[in-house]
Design a protein around this ligand. Structure first.
Ligand code: PA5
Length: 425
């Protein structure tokens, strides 16, 4: 369960929005609101069958046997969920012989692709190309290079090393997969990219990286059950959405999400996409930004403390860390740190959290705290589901459809026109 704290008068915020929130709750669970055709993620964790999880785990096992590296090709919601979970659970430093999941197609950099292909040369490789639409340009370009690489290197065997995750019925990628006989996984019709981390989109790369998708899903399922009820005081997903909305209406237009755990940096990237794409439309929406503390206290911290007063901060903190260290006492206290002797680095970060929130609050930066027990697969699953649910409430409070992304199409059309894609004037 996530413990939410807020620096302001939460009761008043909830009282003022009770009717609106109740209506949103009813629309969500009756699947009636705008964009309700994309609510498949809402009860997805509890609907997932054991046989589906087994199938993903078995394929992941095959991939780990046939390869040293899995290259995951995708962009936006088709890569950020997997990247977020894998980064959150991976050690900071790995050994050369550890199985690796690398990403491509999330930008179009010649240097990146060239260096990636060169890096793959002395390793066994598998590829998982992910695109719901099956037509997104950046991953399609990357796959064209990777497919050629795989065919030149492995010949007929390439087909058994390429896995495709896409729509069940349509898209260019589906046609390629069928023609080549690649193993296929489906992105459900009613789940949009940024809500798809618990589908094959996220699960196959995560399981291939060696992490327990069963624990991840158990955490998501726990959140699905825990945050289903309309119990305003007890439901942190609804409370978080309501507080954000109140702050936005007061003129706080940017949310700065902060963490003291660098492994969480890609969860922050995932969160930015989730909220940015879901809310930022029709001239509305909180701009989601992120900082990594204490690193950014020595850079953006100045602005947060003292710059334009349009920011509020939300923290993700953990009670327990897996690995910790205790500062030792030295005979010669030349570095003047003996006052910290006997204290752990986790204790330091707890004090830093307290100190930062007090200082920033004094600088008129409202503070939301989200506290979890531990950084592990179960809690990450819980947290990601929590954010998806909160994001749906948030979007609806702003009267926007949280499940479309019309603005993302505009840039694509411009690029296609400039590149002379057939059909674009
Ligand atoms: O959240 C979304 O829907 C988007 O960010 C998509 O995931 C992204 O544009 C990639 O689309 P696709 O999976 O169709 O290649």
């Amino acid at each position: 369960m996530i413990q939410l704290t807020y620096s302001g008068d939460e009761q008043q915020i909830l009282n003022e929005r009770k009717d609106a929130l109740q209506q949103i709750h009813a629309n969500l669970y009756d699947k009636k609101g705008e964009g309700s055709e994309f609510l498949g993620w809402l009860d997805w964790p509890s609907q997932l069958s054991e046989s589906f999880l087994n199938q993903i785990n078995e394929t992941a096992e095959t991939i780990r046997k046939q390869a040293d590296v899995l290259v995951v090709i995708g962009i936006g919601g088709s890569y950020l969920g997997a990247k977020a979970v894998i980064e959150a659970l991976s050690p900071h430093f790995s050994n050369n012989n550890d199985f690796e999941v690398l990403f491509a197609g999330h930008q179009v950099s010649g240097a990146y692709l060239k260096e990636l292909l060169a890096y793959l040369n002395d390793k066994e490789v598998a590829v998982n190309v992910i695109s719901k639409s099956g037509t997104t340009t950046e991953p399609a370009i990357a796959f064209r290079f990777l497919q050629q690489y795989m065919e030149e290197r492995y010949g007929d065997e390439a087909a058994s090393r390429i896995y495709v995750t896409t729509d069940e019925k349509k898209g260019a990628l589906l046609e390629v997969a069928k023609e080549k006989g690649y193993d296929r996984f489906v992105v459900p019709d009613d789940i949009g990219g940024r809500y798809s981390v618990f589908t094959a989109v996220g699960l196959l790369p995560i399981a291939s990286a060696g992490f327990s998708i069963d624990e991840l899903i158990a955490g998501a399922k726990e959140a699905e059950q825990a945050y289903k009820s309309f119990d305003l005081e007890q439901n942190p997903a609804i409370r978080y959405a309501a507080i954000r909305h109140a702050l936005y209406q007061e003129g706080y237009k940017t949310e700065v999400q902060a963490t003291f755990e660098p492994k969480m940096n890609y969860v922050q990237e995932w969160w930015k996409q989730l909220f940015g794409e879901s809310e930022g439309k029709q001239g509305k929406g909180i701009f989601p930004a992120s900082v990594s503390y204490t690193t950014d206290l020595h850079s953006l911290g100045q602005y947060i403390q003292d710059g334009e007063r349009t920011l509020f901060e939300s923290f993700i903190v953990f009670d327990e860390v897996d690995k910790d260290m205790t500062i030792v006492e030295k005979d010669n206290d030349a570095d003047q740190l003996n006052y910290l002797a006997g204290r752990s680095l986790q204790e330091f970060n707890e004090k830093a959290y307290q100190g930062v929130t007090e200082a920033h609050l004094a600088g008129d930066v409202p503070q939301i705290g989200l506290r979890m027990k531990k950084l592990d697969a179960h809690h990450i699953g819980h947290l990601l589901y929590f954010y998806m649910l909160a994001c749906a409430y948030s979007g609806y409070l702003l009267n926007v459809n949280p499940f479309d992304q019309p603005g993302v199409e505009d840039y694509k059309t411009k690029i296609f026109e400039l590149l002379g894609k057939p059909g674009y004037a």
